[in-house]
Design a protein around this ligand. Structure first.
Ligand SMILES: [Fe+2]
Ligand SMILES: [Fe+2]
Length: 135
């Protein structure tokens, strides 16, 4: 059963970004399903690493687009990305050292982590880009 549900209100109108966001939702659901099915920590760690890598690629695309359009809150947004990246790297390290096991609370945390960022920083950025590009 999925835990992270995509909604139209998360759509940014920039296809590449929307596709990446949907993919990130998919990865969180994959992680959640693997956990619900009782898959081993090794499998879970692998998915978490995939999530981390994909997130970083996604953040750098957003930062590139923001720089391209002189987004005035680029620095703030970049800082939010850095914090999110730190969160996920910390989790990866803890799981690899067996200090942290994946729980429902953790997949809930990752879901909120993603949705919160999209609804806050990302939508602010998109509003600006839309005006700028007159979509
Ligand atoms: Fe972002
Ligand atoms: Fe994003």
């Amino acid at each position: 059963m999925p835990i992270a549900f995509w909604r139209d209100e998360y759509a940014t109108g920039i296809e590449e970004i929307d596709q990446q966001h949907r993919f990130l939702f998919g990865l969180i659901n994959k992680l959640h399903d693997a956990m619900s099915e009782g898959k081993g920590q090794e499998v879970l760690s692998e998915i978490l690493v995939e999530l981390g890598q994909y997130t970083m690629e996604h953040f750098s695309l957003e930062e590139k687009i923001m720089a391209q359009y002189n987004y005035p809150h680029l620095e703030e947004h970049r800082q939010a990305h850095q914090e999110l990246t730190r969160d996920v790297l910390k989790l990866q390290a803890k799981m690899q050292n067996n200090e942290q096991f994946l729980t429902i609370e953790l997949s809930q945390f990752l879901t909120n982590w993603l949705i919160h960022h999209i609804k806050n920083e990302d939508l602010k950025m998109i509003e600006y880009l839309r005006k700028f590009r007159k979509i």
